[in-house]
Design a protein around this ligand. Structure first.
Ligand SMILES: *[C@@H]1O[C@H](CO)[C@@H](O)[C@H](O)[C@H]1NC(C)=O
Ligand SMILES: *[C@@H]1O[C@H](CO)[C@@H](O)[C@H](O)[C@H]1NC(C)=O
Length: 310
């Protein structure tokens, strides 16, 4: 059965609705590209984006079979990254942040000790492995409207779920419920790792205009009544902040985790501690008077990522 599928893919490649080296999957309206080179999960995501696509998103059994067939024929049965990863609260999601609409774990999987999923082409089923392990991977892009090939002149847009501002794309991780019924919270390092998995970094802010944009963006992912899902004693404003990328050090210096210069600041309550601290952006006027300022926090239920589109 897999051989038949592969023949069908070659026929479509000749029809050239996908760029060179990509196979059309008409049922998915997508082009696929199998990458033989072994890299970490983060590098796989970056590399797919550099080639104009995204890491594959397997949404049904048919598509899973296709990727399995590709793995069998092209990758010598090696395990393949498939764009499925684990949140710190244990939820497995697609690389674009959406919940899994299809999953095919081996029995006993996923193992919560690992953060990434790989497909085993010998069985077509998924297992977990460390995101640092080097593996081949599969990229995907929508079929190109122009049969002569992809347009190379159009400016890159922000991906689904990302918002554009002044040449960058921004993503807000919204509130998610943990298994304990409370909002899942992130340390600043966890949040930065999540942004890096999306080929981005916690947001740096360099002007009033950008601060105002990020503030509005965070406010659009607000929950008016937080009281139901915060730890007891936290209060209704417990998770009013969302992480941005500013860190503060005991010598009173600050830096952005994306390495850009600290050429603009909008913070309050600094310095207050003798250890490295991180800032969140506030977005709730009812919680604080300094509502669009940055403050030092320990945990936050949301964060803002920023990327330069490729
Ligand atoms: C963010 O999550 C909250 C809580 O689940 C929900 O009420 C709200 O609609 C979400 N906002 C967006 C923009 O998705
Ligand atoms: C940091 O700033 C605070 C308040 O201005 C000051 O008391 C403290 O001595 C400073 N620490 C260093 C290492 O400069």
């Amino acid at each position: 059965m897999f051989k038949l599928i592969i023949v069908a893919l070659f026929v479509h490649e000749i029809a050239a609705f996908c760029p060179n080296g990509w196979f059309e999957v008409p049922q998915e309206n997508s082009c696929l590209r199998v990458e033989d080179q072994e890299t970490s999960y983060t590098q796989a995501i970056r590399s797919c984006e550099k080639s104009g696509g995204d890491i594959v998103k397997i949404t049904d059994a048919f598509f899973n079979a296709l990727v399995t067939a590709q793995g069998l024929s092209a990758l010598n049965n090696r395990l393949i990254y498939i764009g499925v990863e684990k949140l710190p609260d244990g939820t497995w999601i697609y690389a674009d942040g959406s919940f899994l609409s299809y999953q095919k774990w081996k029995s006993g999987e996923p193992n919560s000790a690992y953060g990434c999923a790989v497909l085993d082409p010998r069985s077509g089923s998924w297992q977990s492995q460390s995101c640092d392990t080097a593996s081949p991977y599969v990229c995907q892009m929508p079929v190109q409207a122009n049969p002569t090939g992809p347009s190379t002149t159009t400016a890159p847009n922000c991906k689904d779920g990302w918002k554009a501002f002044n040449g960058y794309c921004y993503f807000v991780q919204n509130f998610t419920l943990g298994s304990d019924g409370l909002w899942a919270s992130w340390t600043p390092d966890d949040a930065q790792e999540q942004c890096q998995m999306r080929a981005s970094s916690l947001a740096s802010i360099h002007s009033d205009a950008e601060n105002s944009f990020v503030n509005d963006l965070v406010a659009s992912y607000n929950v008016l009544d937080q009281t139901q899902h915060v730890p007891s004693g936290t209060g209704s404003c417990g998770y009013a902040e969302a992480w941005i990328g500013l860190r503060a050090y005991p010598d009173n210096t600050t830096s952005w985790v994306d390495g850009t210069p600290v050429d603009y600041s909008h913070h309050v309550y600094f310095p207050i501690n003798d250890e490295t601290m991180a800032f969140g952006i506030l977005n709730d006027k009812s919680c604080y008077t300094d509502w669009n300022y940055w403050s030092l926090v320990k945990l936050s239920a949301r964060f803002v990522c920023k990327m330069k589109p490729f």
